[in-house]
Design a protein around this ligand. Structure first.
Ligand code: HIF
Length: 293
């Protein structure tokens, strides 16, 4: 089987300061457009974009992943499972105009790092060097997960990335951010009362709320709890499987453990399939708040 090779090449002549400027432009625009999606703001949809642009990865031939920035092509972005992400790419268009030197892969990953950090999540060390590749490198559709799956499906799905049970549970904690939309996915509602604060509450909600499996207005089955919050079947799978449940319990009790494990798996997701030379050091970008202190 042929292996795709993705060697990171840093943006020429750019340093930490330049990437901090990109971060700041995204963070500032997030703040000034905080009305988006009934006051949720753009943070969650930017995180979802960073995930979907990495979610095409296949460890068996090293194809897909965030390297080539191929989400910019219609062939990839038009996947029905990515509906709603046009809001994220449109948000980023003027940022790319302001910083035309940044590759799409770097932009589509640094935006997720920016959003997680600005919404109170862990600091995510991020490395530059993704290089735009052509339309011929867009993987065929069918690599995104469906929300209907059970634990067996989720475990099998993330084998394609080489992620183990602990990593999958930590990663899924990002579903504390944002919401599902009938018009996009056919699911309905947020995962928490707060849609734009990154905490370990996803796990607390899974364990503590009374969940009922119900049919929504699109005819899809989802888990609902009082107060209008929801879980997808793939989220609820984490409490149905004893091997997953163990980590759900751990992260519900220990936000520091969640933050640290989430950081590691999110970096792994964003860097899947990319060879970074030792000379490319991880940047720890500062939040707007840290810079104003
Ligand atoms: Fe999501 N995800 N995700 N997801 N996702 C949705 C929304 C968000 C899955 C399905 C959905 C991850 C894994 C999986 C975010 C981030 C991450 C929606 C709703 C669906 C259906 C879209 C809409 O209707 O607008 C499935 C099946 C996954 C694998 C099991 C990641 C771990 C949690 C990798 C991840 O980081 C974010 C953020 C959103 C909210 C977007 C918004 O617009 O508010």
């Amino acid at each position: 089987q042929t292996q795709t090779v993705h060697i990171a090449k840093p943006e020429k002549g750019k340093s930490l300061t330049d990437f901090q400027s990109v971060y700041n432009a995204i963070a500032t625009k997030m703040k000034s457009e905080s009305d988006y999606d009934d006051g949720t703001g753009y943070g969650p949809v930017l995180v979802r974009l960073s995930w979907h642009s990495s979610a095409t990865y296949n460890i068996h031939d090293n194809s897909g992943g965030s390297y080539g920035g191929t989400f910019r092509f219609k062939k990839e972005a038009s996947d029905p499972l990515s509906k709603g992400l046009e809001n994220a790419t449109k948000f980023l268009d003027p940022i790319h105009e302001e910083f035309p030197w940044i590759s799409h892969g770097d932009l589509y990953t640094i935006c997720g790092v920016t959003a997680i950090q600005e919404l109170g999540g862990p600091k995510i060390p991020w490395r530059q060097g993704r290089v735009d590749t052509g339309p011929e490198t867009v993987p065929a559709q069918g690599r995104l997960p469906v929300p209907e799956g059970d634990a067996t499906y989720v475990r099998k799905y993330y084998e394609r990335f080489g992620f183990d049970d602990q990593e999958v549970v930590a990663l899924l904690g990002a579903h504390i951010l944002g919401k599902t939309h009938l018009k996009n996915s056919g699911y309905d509602g947020p995962w928490d009362d707060d849609t734009n604060i990154f905490t370990n509450e996803f796990f607390g909600n899974l364990l503590e709320r009374d969940w009922t499996l119900e049919k929504n207005d699109s005819g899809r089955m989802q888990y609902n709890a009082k107060g209008g919050i929801m879980m997808l079947p793939t989220d609820y799978a984490l409490v149905q499987d004893p091997k997953y449940l163990k980590y759900v319990q751990k992260y519900a009790k220990d936000q520091d453990a969640f933050f640290s494990d989430f950081r590691d798996i999110y970096v792994k997701l964003l860097e899947s399939g990319i060879d970074f030379d030792e000379s490319i050091e991880p940047f720890v970008l500062k939040t707007l708040k840290e810079q104003s202190e």
